[in-house]
Design a protein. Sequence first.
Length: 313
Amino acid sequence: MSTNASSLASLTLETLELSNAYVYPAFLFGTLTYLFIMFCNLLVLTSIAWSKKLHKPMFILLLNLPISDMVGATAFFPQLVHSIVTQNRLISYPACIIQAFLIHVYGAGNLLILSAMAYDRYVAICCPLRYNAIMTPHNLVKIIILIWFINFSTMVTLISLLARFKICRTNLVDLYCNNPSLLKLMCEDTRLNNYYGLFTIVILQGGPLSIIIYTYVQILRTCIMTNESDARRKAIQTCGSHVVVFLILQVNAFITLIAHRIEDVSPFLRRALGVSILVFPPFLDPIIYGLKTKELKQSIQIFLKRNVASSEL
């Protein structure tokens, strides 16, 4: 029987299959992971905002990454740890829609932000004499506004197309709410949603991938041609960590979304990759950028020392 999408219908998320002996260890692990993610990302965010020497295009763009990571972690972990400790996998339809929206905003946001950061590194390494003329404060603001406009407009459309349906099932096939799993609850014609979903995959994954490939091919070519070994090493180190972060998110997100459209793919693999999208990037991003970016690492150390010193007074 159909249930009105605007009602408070309860949906059932995929079971975690935890025995009683593992409930509290899993709850503690999930809570500590979430707190660690929030602390590290807030530390990066605060350090960039606090240090005037980091008020450069590269770090202003990076500032958006912990914001996006915290959105994704907050959409996933609180609901997860609550369901672990209560052993209740029920979630209301409105809450599920909100979770799906925030998780998709996080995923698309990260891809767009990493693309903008790749463009910044491309200009800095391949066109150093024009860098200040291209990455002006005005252009930087336009890039950031464009990132979030594309992100929110595509995700609002995605969720709006979803919310117009009535649900006729209540069992979700994933560990958290997302557009593909919610579509499987509908018994109506969802072809428009599927076409739009493929469109967003092409735009939000194909677009960033094209930018990353082009910019890093150019960066690699410039690094090979340069005679300055120190500049080459620094560029490759910075770009190497950036590519690792991008590929973790890109590959996992692509396989997870496509796996929903291919029945032969193992649901366990799909769920594992789906969860890894929400755990590893928010966990690794502040560590990778905090440790690999010398200026940011120094600012974090100074920020922590000053705060520890002030708390001891």
